[in-house]
Design a protein around this ligand. Structure first.
Ligand SMILES: *Cc1c(COP(=O)(O)O)cnc(C)c1O
Length: 404
């Protein structure tokens, strides 16, 4: 952690460009604070903490959970319950919230896809369940658009499925056979694939093959939690620890009951299963439920306005240095939040974007960003409210330092 004295000195020494008053975000949207805990584990271990101006990255430990989620997790530690009964009842509650037949809490979006795939291959046959990853005698092919291949298909091949790539609807129709277990769709690459949502769903229905959509990082918008089951996708998966800000080791699988039930045959407490290592216990199950409840209650409009305010503040401070340019954008699918790209004329500001990012990372406080050789990328949705000021000042300070 940054010493407060140092931070105040840093903040005090700079000509900071403010934006005036703004709406303070609701208390429930604040992450749980570490202040109440006297032992600083990260300091003790020599592990550096940082301000997350990058986004929801597994390597950066995802998101910060709101206090209510932490309380649900803590509550979970105090009593014993039957694991299946808890999954049944939380699953029903989540299904009610999301207006679908059934749901289950998984070990992340990746785990959700693995157990879903396993269930689609085995159905409810216990012999087949214990046989995976050997898929002999089962439909074991999953059809994917080539443009949707970003590596997460490993969640499907890990349990024994074989991937068939297609590009057009015609190719897809030709590829479907008795061996087809699933048509898999990646929401993040919707715009890159030739076959869009409704056609994908319709082809699945026409050939009686289930469809699944990977929506890992796809709230906001909140509508995405409802849209795809309504459209006809049989299964939907989300990460628990990205936009939903639940446990990073949890996720959601929801949709058609018969497929969810088959997926659950592969999970603990059942032992001779391919999903035995993808355990979620009562703590994650309760944490995931509460994170979803909170997310559905969030005032998404004012949250969006707040993110825009934060981005605007950082942009304004960056632009106060001559030669710096900024572009505000919102990715169309996945990580759909106000985002900032900073780039500059290196004859006026003598530092490369990668060097700039490294300076941010190594500075006090440490700030994590994304980017490449062309630009520095920033989002604010994973910051604690208020940290945008620190980031704005630090960026302005660095630009000034390297301005010619
Ligand atoms: C993050 C991500 C996953 C994996 O999700 P986890 O919750 O980390 O298991 C899967 N698919 C996509 C598109 C993702 O962005």
């Amino acid at each position: 952690m940054l010493a407060r004295r140092h931070l105040l000195k840093l903040l005090g020494s700079l000509p900071f460009v403010g934006l005036g008053s703004h709406q303070i975000i609701r208390a429930t949207e604040n992450p749980a604070t570490a202040d109440a805990i006297s032992r600083d584990f990260f300091k003790e271990l020599g592990v550096r903490t940082f301000i997350n101006a990058a986004g929801t990255y597994t390597s950066m430990t995802g998101s910060l959970m709101p206090q209510e989620v932490v309380e649900a997790i803590q509550f979970g530690t105090t009593q014993y319950v039957d694991l299946d009964e808890l999954q049944d009842k939380v699953g029903l509650r989540i299904a009610q919230l999301l207006d679908c037949e059934d749901a289950t809490v998984t070990s992340g979006c990746f785990g959700a896809m693995s157990i879903a795939m396993a269930g689609l291959m085995t159905g409810m046959d216990p012999q087949k369940v214990s046989q995976l990853p050997n898929t002999k005698g089962m439909p074991d092919q999953v059809i994917i658009q080539k443009s949707h291949d970003i590596g997460y298909k490993q969640a499907l091949t890990n349990v024994g499925a074989k991937v068939i790539f297609v590009e057009t609807a015609e190719q897809l129709q030709k590829a479907i056979s008795k061996k087809t277990a699933l048509l898999w769709f990646l929401n993040a690459h919707t715009h890159l694939g030739e076959i869009k949502y409704q056609e994908w769903v319709d082809l699945g229905k026409q050939y009686h093959v289930p469809t699944l959509i990977d929506c890992a990082a796809d709230v906001p918008p909140v509508e995405n939690l409802f849209k795809f089951q309504k459209m006809g996708f049989d299964l939907v998966t989300f990460s628990g620890g990205k936009g939903l800000r639940g446990p990073q080791s949890a996720g959601l699988l929801y949709g058609k009951k018969k497929y969810i039930q088959a997926a659950r045959l592969h999970t603990p407490p059942r032992g001779q299963t391919i999903g035995r290592g993808m355990k979620v216990n009562k703590e994650e199950i309760l944490g995931m439920l509460v994170a979803l409840e909170l997310y559905l209650k969030t005032d998404h409009q004012s949250q969006w306005k707040f993110w825009e305010y934060q981005i605007e503040l950082i942009k304004k401070n960056a632009l106060s240095v001559s030669g710096v340019e900024a572009q505000v954008h919102v990715p169309p699918h996945a990580n759909h939040v106000p985002s900032l790209k900073l780039f500059w004329d290196q004859s006026k500001v003598a530092i490369t974007p990668n060097e700039f990012r490294e300076k941010l990372r190594l500075g006090h406080p440490s700030i994590a960003t994304v980017g490449n050789t062309e630009h520095v990328g920033i989002t604010t949705w994973m910051m604690a409210p208020g940290q945008e000021r620190i980031v704005a000042r630090r960026i302005q300070e660095l630009f000034r330092q390297f301005a010619i």
